[in-house]
Design a binder for this molecule. Structure first.
Ligand code: NAD
Length: 292
């Protein structure tokens, strides 16, 4: 069993990005600048945004955090998006999801200028991804593809089963794994809450990507020997024995599944850090070769 170490791989990618940023600036090119918009005070969202901002600093990017209370109107938020679209110093930006219920998330995502859409959630970015054209790929699936690539995990002709069909993880993951490329060329089954006989399907999988948000959902008897298991789940579970009062759980019953696997991602330290590395790669792409 091999561990797909997302923490170490993300660190290596961030070092590569930092070297590229130093080279860019020495050539008189612009320092990449990422902005993040955080609405409300949700603990998990705050943690994610903070780690994105810190990673920007490590790589020599500029970063801007725009923070507003949860009662912001949709109109005010759309104005912030418009300002970021028109701010030439900002190469790319993200609006951290989920947004408060009274705001239409899709309207906000649609308002982001596609050339600055480093989360890859804009319909035009999604369309380009489906057509296998160069674009910003959604950070989590992009991170998983990089992990598969860097560990040379065989994918061609393999049966990949994706559990969960969200717009940010499951659906794009199914598209990227099936694309004609390396990694890719998988035969993909996309499963979801209405799928019948899930266990029968997962038992035939060479690669399983689990992204549903139910701690320890994937059990050993759902996995065949030698499978590759990618655990996307991040759920905070109460745990009085930890200083924070909670533990982070993945969607895989790791202790029983890992011994059967050829490769597996741990939680934490697997997919999560790769998501951040991908966002930075997208921002570098957005900065392209703009002069300082
Ligand atoms: P979501 O809640 O939007 O979607 C969950 C999906 O799971 C749905 O498509 C649903 O049909 C499916 N599902 C629910 N119950 C099921 C069942 N019993 N059998 C089969 N499918 C079922 O989830 P999401 O936003 O994709 O997030 C999934 C998990 O991944 C969450 O724990 C989230 O926190 C985590 N996540 C992690 C990262 C990361 O960087 N590691 C990024 C995004 C999301």
């Amino acid at each position: 069993m091999n561990i797909l170490d997302g923490k170490a791989t993300s660190k290596a990618i961030q070092q590569e990005i930092a070297a590229e940023v130093a080279e860019r600036t020495s050539k008189g090119l612009k320092t990449p600048h990422l902005a993040a918009v955080l609405i409300g005070a949700d603990g998990a969202s705050q943690t994610y945004v903070n780690s994105k901002v810190k990673a920007c600093e490590r790589c020599g990017f500029k970063s801007t955090l725009v923070q507003r209370p949860a009662d912001i109107s949709e109109e005010e938020l759309l104005q912030i998006v418009d300002d970021l679209n028109n701010n030439d110093d900002i190469d790319g930006f993200i609006v951290q999801l989920p947004l408060p219920k009274h705001i239409n998330e899709q309207s906000v995502v649609n308002a982001i200028r596609q050339s600055k859409d480093v989360d890859g959630f804009h319909p035009a970015s999604v369309g380009k991804m489906v057509l296998n054209l160069p674009t910003f790929l959604p950070a989590t699936p992009y991170g998983i593809m990089q992990l598969l690539e860097r560990y040379d995990v065989p994918t061609q002709g393999k049966h990949a089963v994706v559990i969960g069909r969200s717009h940010i993880v499951g659906s794009p993951m199914s598209i990227l794994l099936s694309k004609n490329g390396a990694p890719g060329n998988c035969t993909v089954t996309l499963t979801h809450s209405r799928t019948k006989n899930l266990e029968e399907i997962t038992k035939t999988a060479d690669i399983i990507v689990v992204a549903l948000g139910v701690p320890e959902f994937l059990k050993a008897d759902m996995v065949k020997d030698g499978a590759v298991v990618i655990d996307v789940g991040i759920t905070r579970v109460e745990d009085a024995s930890t200083p924070k009062g909670y533990a982070i759980k993945g969607d895989v019953a790791y202790d029983e599944v890992a011994p059967k696997c050829s490769f597996i991602t741990p939680v934490p330290g697997g997919v999560g850090p790769m998501t951040i590395a991908s966002l930075l790669k997208n921002t570098l792409l957005a900065a392209a070769d703009k002069p300082a």
